[in-house]
Each structure stands twice: as C-alpha cells, then as structure tokens.
Design a protein around this ligand. Structure first.
Ligand SMILES: CC(C)(COP(=O)(O)OP(=O)(O)OC[C@H]1O[C@@H](n2cnc3c(N)ncnc32)[C@H](O)[C@@H]1OP(=O)(O)O)[C@@H](O)C(=O)NCCC(=O)NCCS
Length: 215
C-alpha cells in the first residue's frame, strides 16, 4: 500500500508477489498454509506526519491504543505502532465493511490483537498480524488459517562489534543444523541474511500461535 493511503483510504490490496518484491535489505517471513492472503507493507520512514496528521491518525484508533502509543519513548516506535494499528483497521474495514468507528480490537493475554466484532459467515476465521522493524511495518491477513508475520532489518545490532560476535551472543537461539545452514553463506552479509530469515520464520510461527515465549 502506498504511504499516502494509510490515512486517505485509497489503495487496493497488494498481492504478495508485489508486496515482497521491494524488500531490499529486509528479511520477512510469513507462516501460512493456503488461500486468500493479504500482504501489505508500509515504509514508515517516508511518512512524516504533521501535528494535524497525527491527531487525525490518533482519532482513528481506540483510546487505549492511543494511550499506549503515547507512552513510547521514541517517536519512531510510536509511528510504527500507529501505522500498524491503522493498517489493521483499514484491512478490517475493507474486508468486513464494518465502519471504522465500530471496529473493536482487543488483545489476548499475550498481546496478540484480535477482532471482537461479529464477522459475516464468509469471514469467520479471519486471522491477521502485524510486525514492525526499521522502516517497515508489515501486515498479513488470512481467511482460512492462523497467521503470524515478522520483519527484521538486515543489520548488525548495536552493541555487537562484528557479525561473528553477534552470532556468538545469539548461539543458543538456533540448533546446530540451523547454524550449519547459516554458516553456508559465503560472507557475513549472506550469513546474516539467513540468520534473520530463520529468525523471522520462528518469530512468525510464535506470532501465529500468539504466544510470547521462547521456542
Ligand atoms: C510477542 C513477540 C512475538 C512480538 O514480537 P516483536 O518482534 O517484539 O514485535 P513485532 O514488531 O514483530 O510485532 C509486534 C506486533 O505484534 C502483535 N503482537 C503483540 N504480541 C503478540 C503475540 N503474543 N503474538 C502475536 N502477535 C503479537 C502486535 O500487533 C504488535 O504490535 P503493537 O505492539 O504495535 O500493537 C515477541 O516479543 C516474543 O515474545 N517473541 C518470542 C521470542 C522467540 O521465541 N523467538 C524465537 C526466535 S529464535
């Protein structure tokens, strides 16, 4: 979806093949099984809301979400979280035709958002999830299965001197087979790419289940 449309409501659903094609320097995984899929991404780095835009955005989310977003220390995090909420509401509005103001999202005990409105029979089972990292906010929606999504920017995290130091710190996060797969990369960048791809796969699975515990 294009950046202007998040507030204007003017874009169409983006097929996955298009949505994923521009994800240079990013790693994203989605766990899904079949069928009607919605995949949107939004470049938060290109959205610089004016004070009026921000007020307008805040009016479109539920009061408890507005309060939660208002507590972020970093503006960037607040923006990503706001965008995620707006994307969710937009997808739900488009699919269900429920007026924006009537869409009611709640969270499970572990934090996964879900819709509390009654759905028409053809949309029962609708599952969705968002993720944000770096300049990307991504959303996945599925009709016939549960879905989770995760996105990570390909970078050596702050605090790690080198990619190999970073891997050492993270050594317990993957099995020996998974590390062998990561180490097949011919240089640091390739290895980091595989690392994040596996990471996103695991996270998206965890998010599909809606749990927050380590696998
Ligand atoms: C809960 C968890 C999955 C969230 O992931 P994250 O990387 O911090 O954040 P993401 O940007 O991917 O996703 C955040 C969004 O997911 C949704 N979310 C929150 N909790 C969730 C949960 N338990 N399940 C699914 N979705 C959740 C929310 O929409 C949230 O956005 P918001 O807070 O702005 O509303 C994560 O904190 C966690 O506990 N991971 C398990 C760790 C693990 O085992 N990793 C395996 C890799 S080796």
């Amino acid at each position: 979806m294009n950046n202007q449309a998040i507030l204007e409501g003017a874009t169409s659903l983006t097929p996955p093949s298009i949505a994923f094609s521009n994800l240079e320097n990013k790693c994203m995984s989605v766990t899904k099984h079949i069928m009607t899929s919605i995949r949107w991404y939004f470049n938060s780095g290109k959205w610089n809301p004016s004070a009026a835009d921000w007020v307008r955005a805040a009016q479109r989310v539920q009061p408890e979400e507005k309060d939660r977003i208002g507590k972020f220390v970093f503006k960037k995090d607040a923006k990503s979280s706001m965008i995620g909420r707006l994307m969710l509401r937009r997808m739900l509005h488009r699919l269900t035709k429920i007026p924006y103001a009537d869409i009611r999202l709640a969270r499970t005990e572990k934090g996964k958002p879900y819709l509390t409105n009654e759905l028409p029979p053809d949309l029962v089972g609708l599952s969705f999830n968002v993720s944000h990292h770096g300049d990307l906010v991504v959303l996945a929606g599925e009709l016939a299965c549960d879905v989770g999504i995760d996105v990570m920017k390909l970078e050596t995290p702050v605090g790690a001197q080198t990619v190999q130091d970073f891997f050492h710190t993270m050594r317990r996060q993957f099995t020996a087979e998974e590390w062998a797969c990561i180490r097949q990369g011919t240089d640091d960048r390739e290895q980091l790419n595989t690392f994040y791809r596996l990471w996103c796969l695991k996270e998206s699975y965890v998010k599909t289940l809606g749990v927050g515990d380590r696998l």
